[in-house]
Ligand binder design. Structure first.
Ligand SMILES: NC(=O)c1ccc[n+]([C@@H]2O[C@H](COP(=O)([O-])OP(=O)(O)OC[C@H]3O[C@@H](n4cnc5c(N)ncnc54)[C@H](OP(=O)(O)O)[C@@H]3O)[C@@H](O)[C@H]2O)c1
Length: 163
């Protein structure tokens, strides 16, 4: 099972503020949908709470929470990251979609990082772990300038683990 972390991060490595994303980039949402549709997504309970429409459609949604009585529509809830991954062992790949807590606890076991690097800095309270370039090699990059729908430039970067 390949573990892929997917995140949009600013130039400080920030990912969110007040349980919301930092900015609205429609092309990034489309990119996220293209990569994750038909796949399994694993998220922390706070990231689930931030989703405007609840579980993401056309994906197997897994939410991690320490609450033992939590049930969420169209989601499987697990009380540990290990038990969530164990439930996915027959899958080819799973996408870890945040937030800070869950990225921090899974990056050591990740195979690929799909990062949207936003060319700006925001006031934030949630961060992606440091991407150590001794461990992670950028194997693909796609740059997008700012335009009338995107207030900031951004680059889709795929990192693969090199050791
Ligand atoms: N930019 C991006 O790509 C992106 C993507 C996703 C999220 N975000 C942002 O990230 C922020 C949220 O991150 P966060 O760190 O506050 O929350 P989070 O990682 O989404 O969720 C944290 C929650 O997950 C559960 N949890 C964490 N570790 C666990 C473990 N080992 N075992 C069992 N349950 C565990 C706990 O839920 P309980 O409290 O229910 O026990 C914990 O409160 C928001 O600002 C959001 O917008 C950004």
């Amino acid at each position: 099972m390949k573990i892929i972390l997917i995140a949009a991060i600013d130039l400080n490595g920030a990912i969110g503020k007040d349980n919301q994303l930092l900015c609205h980039l429609p092309a990034d949402l489309k990119h996220f949908k293209q990569l994750t549709q038909g796949k399994t997504v694993i998220m922390g309970r706070k990231t689930f709470d931030s989703l405007p429409g609840g579980a993401l459609p056309k994906r197997r949604n897994i939410v991690i929470s320490r609450q033992t009585d939590l049930t969420l529509a169209n989601c499987e809830v697990f009380n540990s990251i290990d038990s969530a991954f164990a439930a996915c062992k027959s899958e080819d790949e799973v996408f870890v979609i945040g937030g800070e807590n869950i990225y921090k606890q899974t990056i050591a076991n990740a195979d690929v990082l799909e990062i949207t690097q936003i060319g700006a800095r925001f006031d934030a309270d949630a961060y992606f772990p440091t991407i150590d370039k001794a461990i992670w090699t950028a194997v693909n990059q796609e740059e997008h300038p700012a335009d009338d729908k995107h207030a900031y430039p951004f680059t889709f970067i795929t990192y693969q683990r090199s050791k």
